[in-house]
Design a protein around this ligand. Structure first.
Ligand code: HEM
Length: 401
């Protein structure tokens, strides 16, 4: 599989870029210490048309779409945003956790120090900027949302509870060898999508204070919410690591394997059977790509809308092995336009997993509640947050009504 060369942005490159955009030449730089402290613990009808376009060779058009679609789209209604009187206290805690970017510019003898302490409102601005760029006509099913969710999950899913290594702290997928791990094929699209949010070439970078690791997780949170999924509470505090912190290959699940493998992988992260099934609902969005994983096709007819359709389809459709020259995957008998991975099928073959598939298929609210809880935990794996911040997570306002 041909992969695009990876983009690796080091802290040194960050400094260099900033030096240039700030117009500082080397001599001035030498005398004016510019200390950069990037502390960083650091839809819709349209999508049906898109899926139909992507599956034109088969009989999608003949299938009554309503058979697969939810009757009346449920929009998750979040609790009203709490105007927390403890926000100042939280800021202090977040600063201690390193979730804040603080900039110092000292200029010669008259040292003027400019300190920038980002607040929830600043993170909401980043969220809004990501949301604004998510939908594009010429990418996949019209949204970068699914690949952003996959990036956030793969950044987090390397966690090993025994050794405390891996997880969303570090954003080590910026570096080889992790960027080249087979499981991460194609995620360059998500990393490139987010890059300008942090380090664009405006007179000065727009949000240089956010760590890559916080940004990638915020991208996942934003994508889930913007695709009409549940609210995912968030807290900053991830610190970017370097190549030395890359995790070994093989920590993410292999789609060709069985129940034993799924449990080995997810138990290692600290999840149980119910949580494995809830997390797998992420496959309601997005698709497989021949040139990335080797698999092909979407799981549902609404790949840019998060619903419990993944579970419904698993139970209601008849799935047969696809006859093709690719890896073993399943296709729905009715339209042959949807797919399931062998590991997806395990969820209805295993007697401990299946009851959860049934529960989530029957109750989208239950799915949303459990999905939000488990994704929140997934996205925080391996992050040494400051004590006390676990009760002060932020929720961001979706941009849709
Ligand atoms: C249970 C074990 C899992 C396996 C074996 C697995 C495997 C895969 C594979 C093979 C792909 C296709 C990649 C491509 O070709 O582009 C994929 C895509 C995806 N996965 Fe998973 N995955 C698993 C769990 C999860 C979890 C827990 C989530 C999120 C909570 C998730 C979210 C996604 C999303 C959103 C995509 C679509 C990406 C896109 O459209 O570009 N997956 N997964």
């Amino acid at each position: 599989m041909a992969q695009k060369a990876d983009t690796t942005i080091t802290k040194e490159q960050d400094v260099e870029r900033l030096r240039k955009t700030a117009g500082l030449d080397d001599a001035r730089l030498a005398t004016q210490a510019m200390a950069i402290c990037i502390v960083s613990m650091a839809s819709s009808a349209r999508q049906f048309a898109r899926v139909a376009t992507r599956t034109t060779t088969r009989s999608f058009a003949a299938v009554p779409r309503q058979a697969f679609r939810q009757q009346g789209r449920r929009f998750y209604s979040s609790e009203p945003e709490k105007k927390s009187s403890s926000s100042l206290l939280y800021l202090g805690a977040a600063a201690a956790a390193g979730g804040l970017g603080i900039w110092y510019f000292t200029s010669g003898a008259s040292a003027s120090t400019k300190e920038f302490v980002p607040t929830q409102a600043d993170y909401q601005k980043v969220y809004n900027d990501i949301a604004e760029r998510l939908e594009v006509d010429d990418y996949d099913d019209g949204s970068y949302g699914p690949v952003l969710v996959r990036l956030a999950w793969h950044a987090s899913g390397t966690y090993d509870k025994e050794t405390g290594t891996g997880g969303s702290n570090g954003a080590t997928m910026r570096f080889a060898p992790e960027s080249a791990h087979g499981a991460n094929a194609g995620l360059i699209a998500a990393r490139d999508f987010l890059e300008p949010i942090k380090a664009n070439s405006q007179p000065i970078a727009k949000y240089p204070w956010i760590s890559y690791s916080d940004l990638w997780i915020l991208g996942g949170v934003c994508a889930i919410q913007e695709m009409h999924g549940p609210i995912i509470p968030y807290r900053p505090g991830r610190r970017d690591g370097d190549a030395a912190a890359c995790t070994p290959d093989g920590r993410l699940p292999d789609a060709s394997k069985g129940a034993r493998h799924l449990r080995d992988i997810f138990y290692r992260m600290g999840f149980n059977d119910q949580e494995i099934v809830a997390l797998s609902g992420g496959h309601a969005i997005g698709r497989c790509h021949r040139d990335r994983s080797g698999y092909d096709g979407p799981w549902t007819f609404s790949p840019t809308m998060l619903t419990n359709d993944f579970y419904k389809l698993l139970l209601e459709e008849k799935w047969q092995v696809k006859k093709w020259d690719g890896p073993k995957q399943f296709e729905d008998k009715t339209t042959k336009s949807l797919m399931m991975l062998p590991t997806d099928m395990v969820l209805i073959q295993d007697k401990a997993f299946k009851p959860w598939v049934e529960k989530y298929a029957a109750d989208n609210e239950l799915f949303f509640r459990d999905f939000s809880n488990v994704v929140l935990r997934l996205f925080e794996l391996g992050v040494p947050f400051a004590e006390g911040t676990e009760n002060n997570r932020w929720t961001f306002k979706p941009t849709h009504s």
